[in-house]
Design a protein around this ligand. Structure first.
Ligand code: NAP
Length: 332
């Protein structure tokens, strides 16, 4: 079930499930139970070993796409050392990372600012060198981290020319999306060209049962040959039994009933909803511990059906409601 498939028309190959390292590379993150997952083990060597164990399990389960970012603390370093120490052949995996946010939390769970966004040319040039050093030849996909219209990145000719140069060196260039207007940014991104050639050949977007609004735009992007990655399929843990919000208990009950009917777990069911989208090339697991990656990987076996789609369609929130709640998630 974890068979390799083409990543759009990019020439890269991916598996239906990928592993993202946002919850693994630093002490603080916004996923609901992050502090409990890490259990106070913030020693750098311990976090590196823990990340390697999660990566080992993902690899054992057949995962072949791995996703990092410059702002995920030491995620690139941890991924790079795992690839090197396990002597994983370049041809076995596809590795993506992102530039545009700088990690500023200084290995603390609580910080005034965890990451600073800057989509300028100097940041791209600096972070490209850092990413290359960390991932040592494994990088296949480099993404603009959370491209938005107001960051100006889609109109910045100096940045676009540098991205075109990297594309000329064989790196697939992508953009990731965040916020209520993901579809609008993606449609703009599809039109961005340098010397008559499209720059962005891949997109990473949030799609889940609570926030499916970008779906039609992703379908268009897929038809145009882009590779499509789905992130936050569990809504940062809100689509798991760990969600403590009493106002969500009814929705959780509905999810559990469908999970029971399909003989699976709520997390695997919610990931299966994303895997069932015809335009989805890779759905990311954001597992923070080995048990979660195992449970998440079961999603590829779930027999998602029309009944599940009909029963769960009503979970969708308005994009504004969804992104407001996301912005209120606490770093922990
Ligand atoms: N703008 C961007 O480009 C961007 C933004 C966000 C994410 N991403 C990428 O997408 C990846 C996935 O994002 P995400 O971590 O937000 O994904 P997610 O799938 O929405 O959430 C993952 C979280 O769900 C919880 N979970 C998973 N399995 C569980 C289980 N069996 N039982 C209970 N809880 C479970 C865990 O959180 P707790 O245990 O902490 O509750 C886990 O950290 C990231 O690693 C990153 O690579 C990119």
């Amino acid at each position: 079930m974890m068979r390799l498939r083409p990543f759009g028309a990019t020439g890269l190959w991916v598996t239906p499930l990928g592993l993202g390292l946002a919850a693994l590379g630093r002490p603080g993150y916004i996923n609901l139970g992050h502090a409990a997952d890490l259990n106070g083990e913030y020693d750098i060597a311990a976090m590196r070993d823990h990340t390697h164990r999660v990566l080992d399990e993902a690899r054992r389960l057949g995962v072949r796409y791995f996703d990092a970012a410059r702002s995920y603390g030491r995620a690139e370093e941890f991924l790079g050392s795992w690839l090197a120490e396990r002597e994983i052949p370049l041809s076995e995996v596809t590795v993506g990372s992102k530039w545009g946010y700088t990690y500023t939390a200084d290995w603390q769970v609580e910080a005034d600012k965890h990451e600073v966004k800057d989509h300028s040319l100097p940041v791209l040039q600096r972070q490209w060198q850092e990413t290359q050093a960390n991932l040592n030849g494994y990088l296949g996909l480099y993404q603009v981290h959370s491209a938005t219209l107001d960051s100006g990145v889609l109109d910045n000719q100096a940045v676009l020319s540098e991205l075109a140069r990297l594309k000329g060196e064989g790196i697939v260039i992508g953009l990731t999306l965040s916020g209520a207007n993901q579809a609008e940014v993606l449609r703009r991104g599809l039109d961005v060209q340098v010397d008559g050639r499209r720059i962005f050949d891949a997109v990473q977007a949030t799609w889940n049962l609570l926030e499916p609004s970008v779906g039609p735009a992703l379908s268009e992007a897929r038809l145009a040959g882009m590779g499509i990655i789905i992130k936050e399929a569990l809504a940062n843990g809100r689509l798991t039994p760990r969600n403590p919000d009493p106002a969500f208990a009814g929705q959780l009950n509905r999810l559990q009933q469908e999970a029971d009917r399909l003989s699976t777990t709520v997390d695997a069911l919610a990931l299966a909803a994303a895997l069932a989208q015809p335009w989805a090339d890779v759905v990311l697991s954001g597992a923070a511990v080995v048990e979660q990656v195992r449970s998440n990987a079961a999603a590829v076996e779930v027999q998602w059906d029309d009944e599940a789609a009909a029963q769960l369609a009503g979970l969708a929130e308005t994009p504004t409601e969804y992104w407001t709640k996301r912005s209120q998630l606490a770093w922990n």
